[in-house]
Design a protein around this ligand. Structure first.
Ligand code: 13P
Ligand code: SF4
Length: 311
């Protein structure tokens, strides 16, 4: 029973006592973003995890992100407030099926989105995030055949943008799939001239209406530079917290789902982390991410390639 516990005060005390760093993704609840030592997109969070000298990483994000931190910093204790914080893209790509897909296409290299399991990373050649994918793709010779998974929307976007022929795995993010083109067009009509910023995990019918497509960090940077007093944001709506903090005079509207509001686009996995669970994770140093060493080393090869090619 945590009634009466000063959770914020205790989290602060424990983070010092444990020499812990709290890393949070932009899709976390505002109260978690506000107490984190660092808030970022998946690429910046992996860079932070690789570079930190803290002894404990409390990762407020989803499991594949915390696993990435552990792969890159195996000597650290990595805790995830709720182990059930998975990802629909990871679920859409079971390692055995991915291995079979690879075996069917031996002449292709596997360029794989970081939103996947450690097992799938270990079966991949190069990992990408949404902010690094184009830069990494541009370093692969045009003659090289590439298969891309698990996100068919990001893969389709990259193929259209770069003209490269990518063999796509058919996975999707349930959150970004939930945006409605009809409702987005209604919203645009209500706010004439308001630009739309979208994450490349959105389907093409949504991206077709976007003025800017990029990662969470990219969308935040765009929000700071685009003129106008209103921005429509087609990604998980908790990112709007950072925008409102940086630009309180501007209006940010989450793109709607079929029901006409943006609440159906809240990531149910990210939402599992709470202040209470973060406190318990720092107190008990549980639940911990553990990865078998030979698997970790295999997955690290493709992640290290990403960090090298993205820098
Ligand atoms: P970013 O790399 O843009 O932070 O995206 C992570 C993610 O899970 C988007 O759904
Ligand atoms: Fe996975 Fe989508 Fe949630 Fe991102 S928003 S963590 S891709 S389910």
């Amino acid at each position: 029973n945590l009634a009466g516990v000063d959770l914020l005060g205790e989290i602060d005390r424990l983070r010092k006592e444990r020499n812990a760093v709290i890393l949070a993704h932009y899709y976390q609840k505002p109260e978690i973003q506000d107490l984190a030592d660092f808030v970022g997109d998946s690429l910046d969070l992996s860079r932070k995890a690789a570079a930190t000298d803290a002894e404990v990483i409390a990762f407020c994000g989803v499991r594949f992100m915390a696993e990435t931190a552990k792969i890159l910093s195996p000597e650290k204790i990595v805790v995830l407030p709720d182990m059930a914080a998975g990802c629909s893209l990871e679920d859409s790509c079971p390692p055995e099926q991915f291995a079979a897909f690879r075996a069917q296409h031996p002449d292709h290299i596997a360029l794989t989105y970081i939103n996947c399991s450690t097992e799938v990373k270990a079966l991949s050649d190069i990992i990408v995030t949404s902010s690094s994918a184009e830069k990494i793709l541009s370093q692969i010779p045009p003659s090289q055949k590439i298969l891309f998974g698990p996100d068919r929307n990001l893969g389709g976007y990259l193929a259209r943008k770069t003209g490269r022929d990518l063999l796509l795995w058919p996975g999707v993010c349930i959150v970004h799939e939930a945006f409605s083109e009809t409702e987005l067009l209604k919203l645009k009509a209500e706010h004439p001239g308001a630009p739309v910023a979208a994450h490349p995990e959105c389907p093409a019918v949504i991206l077709d209406h976007a003025d800017y497509v990029g990662s969470t960090r990219g969308i935040l940077e765009y929000a700071q530079t685009v003129p106008g007093d209103t921005l429509i944001v087609a990604t998980e709506p908790h990112i709007i917290h950072q925008m409102e903090k940086a630009m309180p005079e501007k209006r940010f509207i989450g793109a709607p789902g079929a029901d006409g509001n943006c609440n159906c686009n809240i990531c149910p996995y990210m939402a599992l982390n709470t202040i209470e669970k973060l406190y318990l994770a720092l107190r008990d140093l549980e639940p911990r991410i553990e990865i078998e060493e030979s698997l970790r080393l295999k997955a690290k090869v493709s992640l290290d390639r990403m960090l090298g090619m993205a820098s």
